[in-house]
Design a protein around this ligand. Structure first.
Ligand code: ATP
Ligand code: MN
Length: 534
């Protein structure tokens, strides 16, 4: 049994109702956590030494089972909606009691003290208490890792309890089904029960930072990746799931700040996390070498399958889920920045995976168009191939992250708008989705072309380009771009049936307009005037 070598704040544990004993594994090394996972039969190693696990019933987040306690702190501040569902304090207490009793009934539990926010002015001390060693490894990989010395007087401000094996009683706990993520700002606690999907841990911390930073600290929190060029200029990439934040930010020519969650202060951009959580589906060494090479000892790979009879991962196999993932510490990407703090950005990319093949692969936005697109948060989700062919699902997700933002979208939009105007930031809309026709007719834009377009912007090689406006969306499309066939820069050129393109563009524009109605009263007439028109 591991004897904790560092002083754990006993009072905090006892206040939580957790017993204090040597069956608590405190701050184990990744090697120890991997060994324990293997011994418990909860994972195996692949041929490059990474730990491979299955997350069980849940292989993705479950937004319908996420709740925020409605209390004096949140009641008038949170934008209560489908993603921010209220729960009464008394049910939080019931669930807390269930989780602590459950964790106390186990022969051993795992504790990790870690940190969110690379900028020390906003540092948030976290304590993650988990049922399994593997959830603890995830916390090690994804959050910032405090030095030994910092742990001596460590005061965990927020506590996260993770009990995947606990099935709650929905009626008793006033929740939808047996699993839940429950956040209390008063108790500074996050309770996670009934789900083994590791991503719930990282995204629930993101959720609270999206409350605290804009609401209390005047820092804009963002669902984006970020990297920095040789002369220190920062770029950020907003986008919903699957649009390319992680992929495009891992650029050998630039230093990675982070792949998913950042804050923008008066003068800097900083990472909330200490690790990356990358998709593995169709991962190839040729196209994405940085991510591919990060799959090694210490990395945690989820829901992939091996080639039969081997321990070699088959990255094409999406039979468990299309959402196969790997988590690894930031420094597994060779070119990562430490500490992960960069200058305020010069360029912002809005990534969208447009499955209709309508939006140009790259276009420049006016500040008003930028506001319009930020609030709209458009992308299209592609249906999983295993259930046959389905139409792509059009999604509008405000601020490119509706499931994670507790405040009204207008709050984030206002802050972003001010920064874009004051600091003269260029904003680009990048379609990483379809070209040459919609899904099933056209093709996904090749990653190498998207990379060339992004590089051209970042190396200021588009500055001298000529632009033309898109007839429906009004965005400025370059007529040429180094490394990209010029005909693809205006999407209508790539469609055989030009009339069909125009129809599809108008149809998509209509959906934008319909979606934006609910935000009309929150934006200026200039922003409204940037809506697509036809
Ligand atoms: P999440 O928020 O879920 O982490 P993400 O925005 O980080 O999502 P990525 O993990 O970067 O998204 O996923 C983009 C996926 O799309 C990758 O699997 C990548 O290989 C693939 N892809 C294909 N074509 C392109 C392209 N032109 N640009 C970017 N990504 C592409
Ligand atoms: Mn990502």
């Amino acid at each position: 049994m591991h004897i904790p070598t560092l002083q754990i704040s006993k009072d905090k544990l006892i206040a939580l109702g957790l017993r204090f004993s040597d069956t608590i594994h405190y701050q184990l090394s990744p090697e120890e956590l991997v060994q324990q996972t293997l011994q418990r039969g909860e994972g195996s190693l692949n041929d490059t030494g990474a730990l491979v696990i299955n997350t069980g019933e849940f292989t993705g987040r479950s937004p319908k089972d996420k709740f925020i306690v409605k209390d004096e702190i949140t009641s008038n501040v949170v934008d209560w909606n489908d993603f921010n569902q209220p729960i009464e304090e008394k049910y939080f207490t019931v669930i807390l009691d269930k989780i602590t009793s459950y964790l106390n009934s186990l022969p051993e539990i795992w504790l990790r003290d870690c940190v969110a926010c690379a900028d020390s002015r906003y540092r948030l001390n976290l304590r993650v208490i988990t049922e399994t060693p593997v959830m603890n490894l995830f916390a090690y990989n994804m959050f910032l890792r405090p030095e030994q010395g910092e742990l001596e007087n460590y005061d965990p401000e927020w506590q996260i309890l993770s009990a995947p094996g606990l099935k709650l009683n929905a009626t008793e706990c006033w929740i939808r089904q047996h699993n839940a993520v429950v956040v209390s700002f008063r108790h500074k606690m996050i309770l996670i029960a009934g789900t083994g999907y590791t991503g719930e841990i990282k995204k629930s911390i993101f959720g609270i930072l999206n409350f605290i930073l804009p609401h209390k600290k005047n820092v804009l929190s963002m669902h984006c990746s970020a990297n920095v060029g040789k002369n220190g200029e920062t770029a950020i990439f907003f986008g919903l799931s699957g649009t390319g934040k992680t992929t495009l930010s891992a650029d050998p020519g630039r230093k990675l700040i982070g792949d998913d969650e950042h804050g923008w202060t008066n003068d800097s951009v900083f990472n909330f996390e200490g690790g990356c959580y990358a998709k593995c589906i169709h991962l190839s060494k040729e196209k994405e070498p940085e991510i591919y090479n990060a799959i090694r000892k210490g990395a945690l790979v989820e829901n992939v399958k091996f080639f039969p009879g081997t321990n070699e991962i088959n990255f094409e196999d999406g039979s468990v889920t299309e959402n196969t993932r790997v988590s690894y510490p930031l420094n597994y990407i060779t070119n990562s920045l430490d500490p992960s703090i960069g200058n305020a950005p010069k360029n912002i990319f809005f990534l969208t995976c447009d499955a209709y093949g309508v939006l140009p692969p790259i276009s420049k936005l006016t500040p008003e168009q930028a506001m319009y697109h930020f609030i709209s948060g458009y992308t299209a989700k592609i249906a999983g191939t295993e259930t046959g062919i389905k139409d792509p699902k059009l999604t509008f997700s405000a601020c490119f992250g509706a499931p994670f933002i507790p405040l009204h979208p207008a709050k984030y939009a206002e802050m972003l708008g001010q920064k874009i105007r004051n600091e003269k930031v260029s904003v680009w809309l990048v379609n990483t989705g379809w070209t040459g026709g919609p899904y099933l007719v056209g093709n996904r834009i090749r990653l190498e072309f998207t990379r060339s377009m992004v590089s051209a912007v970042l190396d200021a090689r588009l500055d001298s380009a000529e632009f033309q406006n898109h007839p429906v969306f009004g965005v400025a499309m370059p007529v040429s771009c180094p490394g990209v066939p010029p005909e693809m820069l205006n999407p209508v050129n790539t469609w055989n049936d030009k009339e069909a393109y125009n129809e599809q563009a108008k149809c998509l524009a209509g959906r934008f307009i319909e979606n934006f109605k609910r935000y009309e009263s929150f934006v200026s007439p200039e922003v409204l005037a940037s809506a697509p028109g036809f």
